[in-house]
Each structure stands twice: as structure tokens, then as C-alpha cells.
Design a protein around this ligand. Structure first.
Ligand code: GTP
Length: 549
């Protein structure tokens, strides 16, 4: 015997370091032939906690000798914690006699398993003394063999942790997925749809390779079970890239890369569909693994180039992709046997998926916030006069219409002022257009300073301003108008010009009682007053019911 024997008294023992191993020659062997070969020392001790023979390995046989030092029979669970093996046979020999045997794997319906679990678990009775376990594994998938012998308590503990941790993972991803679906339905934005699909593919892909999906969703569909892993891996990559392309707006910002990535996706999918129809599962698996590897690299390249092209949301995206790639690399390398397999290295990708999902959700939120900010700014700009910073004509109507209607309904007094700078053409001609602009901006400031918060001031045209004053009688409005006229005249002193500046304004003032039954007619009446003020010699206030003040 090359390997040490294992005692039943070590719960959660990993079988790898107690196993001898050989790979099966061309023809399928019986358990008796295999046992004979092991007896002739054809096996080698592997001394690794988790034996790993990579993708497409030939069927392997393992032999482990288990010692029960007690005088009574004890029960232990043999647990092969790899959910994707196609064919697993376990033979239990006691004193050279075959006591029991188990056949299971992805190529058998789930119901044939001796114990309902996502892994390959089986209860084994160990009689006093030595028992030999022979295990035969055949699968085109990565042949990684974390095999444990657990007592009932350790088995229950492992299962409990397994269930809680996957409950947390699926619950978290499903909640995020539904939330993004709602956002898509509400906002109709494609990145939210593809992110939802990406999360769905991510959950399903994880459920497939962890064996949950076979157990819960398709326990009798052995052919689909065989194809589910590579198919869902492909779906994961395709939806992830669709999300990246739409989210990073590559079609507009990085068109060449956009078409290259899209073409690559199509090529991979066509290749995969071909392999599916030809029933080349190994080709499909290799394609899926290559796609996953390139997918991780592409996501990082897309993130970097998007940031370079000036897309600020690319930062969260890049961070998410780096986390995802690093953790996926740890898990993949442990599955392929390039770094030691352990619970943590295998499940690193799941922790990475959760972090990635949060970062991508943040990326979407950041993108949404930027779009909203841009929209609000654009809306603000569309409503603001750029020179003076006050409302423009359109915004004036938007603001005042509802105030006017409310005032009319409640029978409140409302007044309106039209202010026009006098001989403004001369200001431009004498001091230049730039000084003219400054005069306009300062006029807006002094008028604004003379008003209450509820009054609405806007630039009505070139050198003309309008003020709507809710809850204001004509006499109050006249007082304000007069103050404004005075302050505009005083503005001239603020300009240090060689030739003393002459500045004044004419104002037309009306109220709803004396002048109008609609906002338009109120403005028209104020305009007429202004016309009279200009004709009357300028630098004065004319109201609808009063003569010049
Ligand atoms: N600097 C500057 N000038 C402007 C702006 N908008 C309009 N103007 C000028 O304002 C002047 C208005 O001229 P007019 O309509 O003849 O009026 P006015 O010279 O003020 O004469 P009255 O209104 O009759 O007192 C024109 O010369 C326009 O070029 C602007 O945004 N900046």
C-alpha cells in the first residue's frame, strides 16, 4: 500500500492525500480489475488534498483504505464536492468482497442519487477493520476531486453553511436583478435590461455549475444538464458584453472596438451552436472557457478605453471588471489545478460576483445621476437668459401662467411692469457692445434686488425687462416701478467712462383690475403704457389708470 490509511475517526478528512490513483487504459475496467491493479501497485500516491486532472482527462480510478478501529459499525458520508462530474462510481470492498456500490453523476437522473444533495454524497457503513473504497470518475469537464469523509455532524454543518451562503448569494443577486428590471420597465433604458439579463445569466450559470439547477430545475434532463454549463457560460459572456457595449456607449464613442467585440461575440455563438448541433461537448466546453477568459479581458479593455474616451461612468465599470476578473481567475486556476484548490479559492468568484454586482449597480446609478444632472442643466439653460442670468421669455410664461390663474381664481390683485432702457442704442454706440452688455446685466441685478421673492423677473427682449408681481396692487407696483427707475438712473455712476454715461429707463405698469382679464392683455396694456412713457419723453413711469408719475 503506497498511501497511508485513513481512520474513520477524522471527520471532514480530505481523501486526496490518502488516495492512490491511476488512469484507465483504453477499455473500461470493472471494479475487480481495478482492485487487482491497485493490489499490484499500479496506482501512485498523489499526496494532494484535492486531486485535479484538468479538462478532458481520461477516466481515473482512486483507491482509499479506511480503517475503523472500533468494534462496531460506524456510518460516514462520502462526499465528492464537485457538482459537474458526468459519471461517478463508488465501490465499497470489505475483506476483498464488494459490499456495496453507487453510480451517480450528471449523466444519471437526479432521482437515482443515494442522497439528495447538489454534490455526490453517499452514506457508507464501515465495519470494524479495513474497508477499501474504489472510486471511478469519468467526465469531459474539469476533473477536480475534492472528496471528503464526514461524520453526520460535520456533514450537517457543511450543508448548513452551504445552504445559507448560497441563499445569501442568490437572494442578493435576485433582488438586484428584480430592482434593475423595474428600473428598465420604468426608464426603458437598454443598459438596465442587459444588466438584468446579465445578472440572470450569472445566477443561472452559478446554479448550473454548483449543481443547484440540476437538483431544482431539470432533475430528469440529463442531456441538457450536460450542455447547461457551457451554454450558460456563453449566455453570461454575451449578456455581459451587451451590457458593457450599451452602458459604455461604445457604438458612438468607440465604433471600431464596438464592431470588433460584436463580431467576436457572433463568432463565438456561431461556433458554439455548431458544436451543439454536432454534439461536440468538449469543443463547446473549450469554447465556453476561452470565451469566459477573453470576456474578462475584454471587459477590462472596454473599461479602460471608455475612460480614455471620456466616459466618467467607466471608472466604476473598470473597477467592477477588475474585481470580477481577479476573483474569477482565482477560481478558474483552482479548478484547472494551477493553484491549490480550497473552499475559498473555489468560491472566490462568488464573492467577486457580489462585489462586481454592487459596483456595476453603482456604475448605473452614477450614469443615471449624470444624465439627470445634464438634463437639469440643459433645462435650466433653456429657461435662462445667458447674459443676465434671469428667466427668458419662455420661462416667464411657464412661471407666471399658474400664478395668474391662481390670482384670478382667488380674486387677488396682480401687477405687471415692463421696463425699457432709454436710448440704449447710444450706450452701445458710445461705449461699445461689451459695456452695453454690462449695463444690461447690472440692470437685471438692480431690478432683481428691488423685488420680493415671489415676483417673477425676466428679460423680455433686447433692452426690455418684464416683472410680474402677484398679490400686488397698482399703487404698490407703482412705488416699486419708481424705485427701479431711480436705481437704473443711478447705475450710470458705476461705469468709469471718459464720457459721462446717461442711463434711464421708461416703465409701463398695469394691474389686473384696471387693465386686463388675461395675461396676454395685461402684457399688451403694459406695452401701451411703455409706448406712452417713451412718447412722453422717456425716464418715467406710466400706468394704465394713472398719468405719468
Ligand atoms: N449690448 C447689447 N445690446 C443689445 C442687446 N440686445 C439688444 N441690444 C441693443 O439695444 C438697442 C435697442 O435699440 P432701440 O430698439 O432703437 O431702442 P433704444 O435705442 O433703447 O431707444 P428707445 O427704446 O426708443 O429709448 C439696439 O442697438 C440693440 O443692438 C444685447 O444683448 N447687448
Amino acid at each position: 500500500m503506497l498511501a497511508a490509511e485513513l481512520s474513520v475517526d477524522h471527520p471532514s478528512s480530505s481523501l486526496g492525500q490518502f488516495a492512490e490513483i491511476f488512469f484507465e487504459p483504453e477499455e473500461i475496467m470493472t471494479s475487480a480489475q481495478a482492485k487487482h491493479l491497485f493490489a499490484e501497485q499500479a496506482g501512485v500516491a498523489i499526496k494532494e488534498t484535492t486531486p485535479n486532472f484538468g479538462i478532458g482527462a481520461r477516466p481515473h480510478w482512486l483507491s482509499v483504505t479506511v480503517n475503523n478501529p472500533h468494534e462496531i459499525m460506524v456510518e460516514r458520508f462520502l462526499s465528492v464536492e464537485n457538482a459537474w462530474l458526468d459519471d461517478l462510481q463508488v465501490f465499497v470492498f470489505y475483506q476483498d468482497k464488494l459490499e456495496s456500490q453507487f453510480s451517480m453523476g450528471d449523466s444519471y437522473p437526479f432521482a437515482t442519487r443515494p442522497y439528495f444533495s447538489r454534490f455526490f454524497d453517499m452514506p457508507i457503513q464501515f465495519k470494524p477493520g479495513q474497508t477499501t473504497l474504489l472510486v471511478r470518475v469519468a467526465t469531459p469537464d474539469p476533473m477536480m476531486l475534492p472528496i471528503y469523509l464526514n461524520d453526520a455532524a460535520a456533514q450537517a454543518q457543511r450543508q448548513e453553511f452551504d445552504q445559507y451562503s448560497y441563499g445569501l448569494l442568490y437572494g442578493f443577486l435576485a433582488a438586484l436583478m428584480l430592482y434593475n428590471l423595474m428600473l428598465f420597465l420604468g426608464l426603458r433604458s437598454l443598459p438596465h435590461l442587459f444588466y438584468t439579463l446579465y445578472l440572470a445569466a450569472c445566477i443561472l450559470c452559478n446554479m448550473a455549475y454548483t449543481g443547484h439547477a440540476f437538483w431544482w430545475f431539470w432533475p430528469d434532463m440529463v442531456v441538457w444538464q450536460k450542455w447547461s454549463n457551457p451554454t450558460l457560460m456563453m449566455s453570461y459572456c454575451v449578456t455581459g458584453l451587451l451590457f458593457a457595449l450599451t452602458f459604455l456607449k461604445t457604438r458612438k464613442m468607440l465604433p471600431r472596438l464596438h464592431w470588433m467585440v460584436s463580431g467576436f461575440c457572433v463568432l463565438m455563438v456561431v461556433g458554439f451552436v455548431g458544436a451543439f448541433y454536432a454534439d461536440w461537448i468538449q469543443v463547446a466546453l473549450v469554447l465556453a472557457f476561452i470565451f469566459i477568459l477573453l470576456f474578462a479581458c475584454l471587459m477590462i479593455v472596454l473599461g479602460v478605453l471608455a475612460i480614455k474616451a471620456g466616459n466618467p461612468s467607466g471608472r466604476f465599470f473598470l473597477l467592477a471588471s477588475i474585481v470580477s476578473m481577479l476573483t474569477a481567475a482565482v477560481s478558474s486556476l483552482s479548478v484547472w489545478g494551477w493553484i491549490p484548490y480550497s473552499f475559498w479559492t473555489f468560491r472566490a468568484v462568488e464573492a467577486g460576483t457580489m462585489v462586481e454586482a454592487v459596483l456595476l449597480a453603482l456604475a448605473l446609478a452614477d450614469h443615471f445621476r449624470r444624465v439627470e444632472k445634464h438634463k437639469t442643466r440643459a433645462e435650466g439653460l433653456a429657461r435662462t437668459d445667458p447674459l443676465t442670468g434671469i428667466y427668458n421669455r419662455r420661462a416667464f410664461y411657464d412661471q407666471v401662467r399658474s400664478l395668474w390663474l391662481a390670482g384670478m381664481t382667488e380674486g387677488k390683485p396682480m401687477s405687471l411692469l415692463l421696463i425699457d432702457l432709454d436710448n440704449f442704442k447710444q450706450v452701445n454706440d458710445n461705449y461699445g457692445h461689451q459695456v452695453g452688455d454690462e449695463v444690461l446685466a447690472k440692470t437685471a441685478k438692480v431690478v432683481e434686488a428691488s423685488l420680493r421673492n415671489e415676483d417673477v423677473l425676466a428679460r423680455w427682449g433686447g433692452e426690455e425687462f418684464i416683472v410680474f408681481m402677484p398679490n400686488t396692487s397698482l399703487s404698490d407696483a407703482l412705488r416699486v416701478a419708481e424705485r427701479i427707475r431711480f436705481q437704473i438712473s443711478a447705475l450710470a455712476a458705476q461705469f468709469d467712462t471718459t464720457q459721462k454715461m446717461q442711463l434711464s429707463a421708461s416703465l409701463g405698469v398695469v394691474d389686473n383690475r384696471s387693465a386686463a382679464d388675461s395675461l396676454e392683455s395685461l402684457i399688451k396694456a403694459a406695452d401701451q403704457c411703455l409706448y406712452h412713457a417713451k412718447n412722453g419723453g422717456r425716464n418715467c413711469v406710466i400706468s394704465a389708470s394713472l398719468s405719468a408719475v
